[in-house]
Design a protein around this ligand. Structure first.
Ligand code: SF4
Length: 319
């Protein structure tokens, strides 16, 4: 039954639960910086970047990873071993667009990440417009021997919003990327944001319906938040961006989970920015506190991930 995917305590299918179920032990993601840049900033697709993108992180030098990924990995793995007791790891190429470069560079970085005996696989964050045929072949080949996940930024399924936030790609490009990636043994994660100017809760919730029709394995969601130096921060000052309230976000996340198929694992439900650069909103929750506001709200509602989908059991007792 579909509810077998769900962590009974959390009431949704958390990615941690999924990894433990799949691999049999605690697995942590370790972030590394592979020294990439982004086509939405270097003029290839756009030159302003997404309105919420942290400009300060785009000084030319910051796109050259100065620390070899082996060192970054060792430090990250030691941290997760110490803090969580993790035994195995997935190396997460997170910063900027991690398929945007010559395939020789991608092959070198991915192979180096996978060569550590405690590394089970890689997760690669990217944009729908940055997947060359050669890159797909490389990822497909790696996926025959390792866990490989591609994390695609969609953020919104509304082209008008994508245009307004200067994403530099369309929904159609995302759908095409999903189509090209599927059937290759590669896991797919989709990144979403809620709270764009002009966005409605009803409009956002359609995204869960869309994901239900696609071969998506996991999702990451966070609220739109502005940090210093971004165009979004300027829009906030001009009154053009009004952040959603915590209550509104919480209600939307729970509505979203209730119509999200239970087999889609949830990697993130909330984003945070360091206090020093945070502009808005200022909800003042730590990540795990935010996580548990969602859990508690689902408990209060007596609902769980996918419970409002046709064919789902309607009794909370089944949890
Ligand atoms: S795609 Fe990512 S890295 Fe590129 S401009 Fe947008 S937020 Fe920044």
């Amino acid at each position: 039954m579909p509810e077998s995917y769900i962590n009974k305590d959390l009431r949704f299918n958390s990615y941690g639960t999924y990894l433990r179920r799949r691999f049999g032990y605690r697995v942590s993601k370790v972030n590394v910086d592979g020294g990439f840049t982004c086509p939405n900033r270097d003029g290839t697709r756009g030159d302003g970047g997404c309105v919420y993108c942290d400009n300060s992180s785009f000084s030319p030098n910051s796109t050259l990873a100065r620390i070899p990924i082996e060192i970054q990995m060792l430090e990250g793995m030691a941290y997760h071993r110490r803090r969580l007791g993790s035994e195995k790891f997935i190396i997460y190429f997170q910063k900027y667009t991690n398929t945007y470069g010559p395939v020789s560079k991608l092959r070198d970085l991915y192979h180096r990440a996978l060569s550590h005996p405690d590394v089970l696989g890689i997760s690669v964050g990217t944009r729908p417009d940055s997947l060359s045929d050669e890159c797909l072949e490389l990822l497909t080949e790696l996926a025959t021997r390792h866990y490989v996940c591609v994390e695609l930024g969609l953020q919104s399924m509304d082209d008008a919003i994508l245009n307004r936030i200067n994403r530099g790609h369309t929904l159609a490009e995302y759908l095409q990327a999903v189509h090209r990636l599927s059937g290759r043994g590669i896991e797919l994660c989709t990144h979403l944001i809620y709270g764009f100017p002009g966005e409605t809760r009803r409009g956002f919730l359609r995204t869960a319906d869309l994901l239900a029709t696609l071969p998506i394995n996991s999702v990451k969601l966070h609220q739109l938040h502005a940090v210093k130096g971004t165009r979004l921060a300027e829009m906030y000052r001009q009154g053009e961006f009004v952040p959603v309230s915590h209550q509104e976000y919480l209600a939307t996340v729970c509505d979203f989970l209730e119509i999200l198929p239970p087999q889609i694992a949830v990697q993130r439900l909330y984003g945070s920015a360091p206090l020093a650069i945070r502009v808005a909103p200022n909800w003042d929750f730590k990540n795990n506190q935010m996580w548990y506001t969602v859990v508690n709200e689902l408990k209060r509602r007596g609902t769980w991930q996918g419970c409002r989908l046709a064919g789902s059991s309607s009794r909370v007792g089944n949890l």
